[in-house]
Design a protein around this ligand. Structure first.
Ligand SMILES: [Zn+2]
Length: 82
C-alpha cells in the first residue's frame, strides 16, 4: 500500500514536525518533510512545537491532535513515547 512505501522511504534525516491546521484552530497534524501523515497537504502551517510535545493538552487551549496522524505516528515512527 501507499503508506508502506512512504514509510519505507523514511530516513533518519527526515524532518518530523508538527503542523497546525489552518481551517481548525489548535488542531495539529504530524508531518514528515512537510507532508502530513494523514495526507492532508496545503491546509497546514508550520509550528514551533517540538514533536515530543505531541499529545499534550493545556487547560486553557484544549489542543486537538489529528487521530489519523496520531495512529500512524505511534505505529510507524514511535519516537514520541515519554
Ligand atoms: Zn493529520
Amino acid at each position: 500500500m501507499f503508506f508502506n512505501m512512504f514509510f519505507k522511504k523514511k530516513k533518519k534525516s527526515d524532518e518530523i514536525t508538527i503542523r497546525e491546521s489552518v481551517t481548525s484552530i489548535w488542531f495539529y497534524h504530524i508531518a514528515v518533510n512537510g507532508e502530513t501523515l494523514c495526507k492532508t497537504p496545503n491546509i497546514t502551517m508550520s509550528t514551533a512545537i517540538p514533536v515530543k510535545c505531541w499529545g499534550l493538552r493545556s487547560e486553557h487551549i484544549h489542543e486537538k491532535y489529528c487521530p489519523e496522524c496520531t495512529e500512524k505516528f505511534k505505529k510507524e515512527i514511535n519516537i514520541c513515547q515519554t
